[in-house]
Design a protein around this ligand. Structure first.
Ligand code: SER
Length: 316
């Protein structure tokens, strides 16, 4: 991993991933790409190119131009957005992935793309969800993610492409808000706590989902990509998680810092149904055993850090 092209670089994960990679691998060795541009550090802090991931020719040109050896493919629609426009989700999520994998095959790239807890469905065991288990998701996002997991495995076994990936839980961060995900409540709640002192959750009380703080998610990507391939029994779709939480737990933790904080509930039927179809708590033991995955932050330390960073308006 010496020269890395990242797609979806202005998205929730991409924008912080770029900063971390540029620090660790050198600013010139990290090529940020996105379908749009912005006045941000991602664009000004190193090479940046406009890239529509559904355009294979353009993607190949950039891979050649910058002589990259690694692609991190982050461009995708999240679960709730995908449910609003399933056809677009298939086109972007699958079309982009196939183009990325083909570029990786042709140019011998190491390849990372994230799957998600959204790759599971209502028939999946809800507690201690194993690494290898029944999936059968009922959302378009989940269909995309399962297909992507299988496709990445296929490119490894059939073409020898060094594909690697994790199943991310909901990711919580203070830099770039997620857009159109089911787990977004766990980000919004911190912004609203500081802004208005209250939050109306579109996810109902008692709905458990896995979550992780962004620094742990970024470290997981780097650790998996740097892991000794001889130790990997799986390649893609490693379960990773730091906490299994429901909205009331986040609210209780925020109250320790802002005692007057209040949460209320107004479940959104679409996102609630998606959340109900996902596991409560997944098991990350395969990641721990095969490449030493470890999350540093729990709900308490994450909450303290989120509130402090948001309050001081930490620049990216
Ligand atoms: N955070 C994502 C979503 O809610 C799950 O991968 O869509």
């Amino acid at each position: 991993m010496k020269r890395i092209l990242v797609t979806g670089a202005l998205g929730q994960i991409g924008s912080e991933l770029i900063t971390k990679l540029r620090k660790e691998y050198g600013a010139d060795n990290v090529i940020a790409t996105d379908i749009r541009t912005a006045d941000s550090e991602v664009v000004h802090g190193g090479p940046f190119e406009i890239l529509d991931v559904t355009d294979a020719a353009q993607m190949n040109e950039l891979v050649s131009k910058y002589k990259v050896d690694t692609m991190m493919h982050m461009a995708a629609l999240l679960s709730a957005r995908a449910e609003e426009n399933p056809q677009l989700a298939w086109h972007l999520n699958m079309g982009g992935l196939v183009n990325g994998l083909e570029a990786a095959r042709e140019h011998h790239l190491q390849f990372f793309t994230p799957s998600s807890i959204g790759a599971f469905g209502p028939d999946t065991p809800k507690h201690g969800t194993p690494q290898d288990t029944i999936q059968r998701p009922t959302t378009m996002y989940g269909v995309n993610k399962v297909s992507g997991e299988l496709l990445c495995d296929y490119y490894f076994t059939r073409f020898g492409v060094d594909t690697r990936g994790v199943r991310f839980p909901g990711l919580i961060s203070y830099v770039t808000p997620p857009g159109g995900g089911t787990t977004d409540y766990a980000v919004e709640i911190y912004y609203e706590a500081l802004k208005t002192g209250k939050y109306t959750s579109y996810i109902d009380k008692g709905t458990y989902m896995d979550m992780m703080y962004m620094p742990d998610a970024l470290q997981a990507i780097v650790d998996l990509m740097e892991a000794d391939p001889a130790k990997l029994k799986h390649r893609n779709a490693f379960n990773v998680t730091a906490m299994s939480i429901e909205p009331e737990m986040v609210a209780a933790e925020i109250k320790k810092h802002i005692p007057s904080f209040e949460i209320s509930y107004q479940p959104d039927p679409v996102r609630q149904a998606i959340a109900d179809s996902w596991p409560d708590a997944i098991d990350a033991s395969a990641s721990k055993a095969e490449w030493g995955f470890k999350a540093e932050y729990d709900l308490a330390t994450m909450t303290a850090d989120m509130l402090q960073k948001l309050k001081t308006g930490i620049p990216q």
